[in-house]
Design a protein around this ligand. Structure first.
Ligand SMILES: NC(=O)c1ccc[n+]([C@@H]2O[C@H](COP(=O)([O-])OP(=O)(O)OC[C@H]3O[C@@H](n4cnc5c(N)ncnc54)[C@H](O)[C@@H]3O)[C@@H](O)[C@H]2O)c1
Length: 314
């Protein structure tokens, strides 16, 4: 049992992590500015979680949140590649400056382990598949750059201050509580929402782009295992966290059609700037360092996500 801070803990992934940590008996604090997350995501554990509404770039809020914590899970960020292409500065402030602020507060508070949510977007234009941690290309978006900066700060804080800090590169995560209702929504909630409302599914480009779609429980599993792994295995390092499956958008649509038992209309529009073409993780390093194994497969995750949509996104 320990004390844990989750920045961004009222968001999609952070709230699932909060559920699991509370369930396991940890004392959980959430720092979130509620810009994309909501208190209702924490409904199941609300009485057991201390919620601080504030920004990670705010030193006072971050210092208050980090005080007395054993572990900091740093998930707060402005997501979305296209959002960052449209307006780079807010993404930089929340993600790059915010990660520096979170690390500094964690260092000053003497936190035992800092786990940072990075992104597969840092692989940029590097073509090799599957993606291994050491082979990164040029980034293609301000979002990717902000995550790369965060990873570098994690490494630097580990080296300079001897902090136990580690970064996990999430690949396309999906599951209940992921928003479908705004312009920067991710592809699986957009597809499911459209399909269940009888609308056409919008595909950027030819739909042959591939992703390593990862059900959110796998991320929670990887985050917790990494927070508990031996320091000499993880400190200053970066690890892929995904399902090790390579699926194109058209294949995901096929799976949704099969799951719903009907054919869906597809509307192809222009490709998006800043997107990478293929994304597929090698997770050997995290398996070796932290004993990570995916716990929910893609098809099962899609069914659970569909059920959440069918229940009215509670
Ligand atoms: N969902 C994915 O597919 C995916 C993929 C790669 C990386 N990630 C990373 O995982 C983390 C969690 O992503 P998510 O999908 O749960 O997104 P999310 O938007 O649901 O969660 C992020 C949370 O951070 C909060 N937030 C944003 N800016 C903040 C700030 N400046 N200060 C405090 N709180 C702030 C938001 O209100 C939100 O609740 C993010 O760091 C994201 O970049 C996600």
């Amino acid at each position: 049992m320990g004390t844990c801070l989750i920045t961004g803990g009222a968001g999609f992934i952070g709230s699932h992590l909060a559920d699991r940590l509370v369930h396991e008996g940890h004392t959980v604090t959430v720092l979130d500015d509620l810009s994309n997350g909501s208190e209702s995501n924490l409904r199941a554990v609300r009485d057991d979680v201390r919620l601080i509404v504030g920004r990670v770039e705010d030193p006072a809020a971050m210092a208050e949140a980090a005080r007395g914590q054993d572990i900091v899970f740093h998930l707060a960020a402005l997501g979305s590649v296209p959002r960052s292409v449209a307006a780079p500065q807010p993404t930089h402030e929340a993600n790059a400056t915010g990660t520096l602020g979170a690390l500094q507060a964690a260092r000053d508070a003497g936190v035992g382990r800092f786990v940072f949510a990075s992104s597969s977007s840092v692989y940029g234009d590097h073509a090799a598949l599957p993606k291994t941690e050491s082979e990164v290309g040029n980034v293609l978006s301000p979002y990717a750059l902000s995550k790369k900066v965060g990873e570098e700060y994690v490494r630097l804080f580990s080296e300079l201050y001897g902090m136990s800090a580690v970064a996990l590169r999430f690949f396309n995560v999906f599951g209940p509580r992921q928003r479908a209702d705004h312009v920067y929504a991710a592809v699986i909630p957009r597809f499911l929402d459209a399909a269940l409302h009888g609308k056409a599914l919008t595909v950027h480009g030819d739909g042959q782009q591939s992703r390593d779609f990862t059900f959110v429980d796998n991320n929670v599993e990887g985050l917790i295992l990494t927070s508990q792994a031996a320091a000499q295995e993880v400190d200053g390092r970066v690890f892929n966290l995904a399902c090790e499956g390579r699926v194109t958008l058209l294949e995901i649509i096929d799976m949704i059609q099969e799951m719903l038992g009907r054919e869906l209309e597809i509307d192809h529009i222009d490709p998006r700037g800043g997107d990478i073409r293929h994304s597929f993780a090698d997770t050997t390093a995290l398996r070796m360092a932290a004993g990570y194994q995916p716990v929910v497969e893609l098809a099962q995750g899609l069914e659970r996500t569909r059920d959440w949509f069918l229940a009215g996104c509670p």
